[in-house]
Design a binder for this molecule. Structure first.
Ligand SMILES: C[S@@+](CC[C@H](N)C(=O)[O-])C[C@H]1O[C@@H](n2cnc3c(N)ncnc32)[C@H](O)[C@@H]1O
Length: 295
């Protein structure tokens, strides 16, 4: 995959018009009446322009500080201290192996085409899977530049030919409607400001019958987690809120046409996977689809 090919998926975040890649200036330029340009810096297509508001700035600062090894050590519970912190925060570390398996279980059930991994973070859970999915071309996207640079190191080290890195805001994605056969949002909804708006966008860019999956924190399952995450995590900027219960989030998926949803919950971490319905979204939610099975 290259910038030319990526440009076919892109639309200008500022005016919605089509985009072209201009190799001489390492930039994507829109084709609208007013020219908007987006630079490619170190192979990362930077689709963000303008000032970020306070809520996003806080999250961005928090992940900018943690990007790289320390983030990866924490989330994979690599050291004894990280395992201890995982136990305190979540009451278990058992969900971590499932995070490594999630992309494989979703991607192998997807039609060939483009697949969006957002927010990819440093790619710690997903980058190793990219080269194992030859039928898919991955767009790995995140807001934070330092997190993306850590992902880029992995992409370069493995020389993946089927991955492009994009810096973007999940609240206004620079992709045309129905571009992707699969979308993965792993550990995103707790950190993304305005999660409902992000969900709208993720569903918009998914093709009908496309697969939508991910993992997220759900509130109301464990008091210690709710307190630590809602107070300390939010104060540090690692989590943003609003947070949802399992039922609320499943209702949000259903209302946006994500059906046949299956879930698996380990304490406050919920894995989910479903498909975008092909026609109009039915007015009545079919809640009986929400059975507990393998993520
Ligand atoms: C908890 S990390 C999850 C990353 C990765 N999926 C993982 O499991 O390691 C949350 C990520 O959300 C990103 N993020 C925060 N706000 C965002 C936004 N508005 N759009 C896209 N990504 C955002 C952060 O930069 C961070 O990398």
């Amino acid at each position: 995959m290259n910038h030319e090919r990526l440009s076919h998926l892109l639309r200008c975040p500022a005016c919605g018009s089509e985009m072209r890649y201009r190799p001489k200036v390492y930039s994507y330029c829109c084709t609208g009446p007013v020219l908007h340009t987006y630079r490619v810096k170190d192979e990362i297509a930077d689709m963000i322009q303008g000032e970020e508001e306070e809520r996003q700035r806080k999250v961005d600062r928090a992940f900018g500080r943690r990007a790289g090894r320390s983030y990866e050590k924490n989330v994979t519970a690599a050291g004894a201290f990280d395992r201890f912190m995982g136990q305190v925060m979540w009451g278990t570390n058992k969900f971590i192996p499932l995070m490594f398996e999630l992309l494989d279980s979703v991607a192998s059930d997807c039609e060939p085409g483009y697949f969006l991994d957002i927010p990819v973070g440093t790619g710690v859970f997903t980058a190793g899977e990219y080269s194992l999915q030859p039928n898919l071309e991955f767009i790995a996207a995140d807001y934070n530049r330092r997190m993306l640079e850590a992902a880029l190191e992995k992409v370069r080290a493995e020389d993946f030919g089927n991955v492009m890195l994009v810096r973007t805001d999940a609240r206004s994605l620079p992709f045309s409607d129905a571009s992707f056969t699969g979308v993965l949002s792993m550990n995103g909804f707790g950190s993304l400001p305005e999660p409902e708006r992000c969900l709208e966008e993720l569903v918009r860019v998914l093709k009908p019958n496309g697969k939508f999956a991910g993992s997220m924190y759900v509130k109301g399952e464990r008091l210690t987690t709710d307190l630590l995450l809602g107070r300390v995590g939010a104060w540090l900027g690692w989590f943003s809120g609003p947070f949802y219960t399992e039922e609320q989030f499943l209702g949000m998926l259903d209302g946006r046409g994500i059906k046949k949803v299956v879930t698996r919950k380990i304490n406050s971490i919920m894995f989910f996977s479903g498909r975008k319905c092909a026609g109009e979204v039915p007015a009545t939610p079919d809640t009986d689809e929400h059975t507990l099975v393998k993520a």
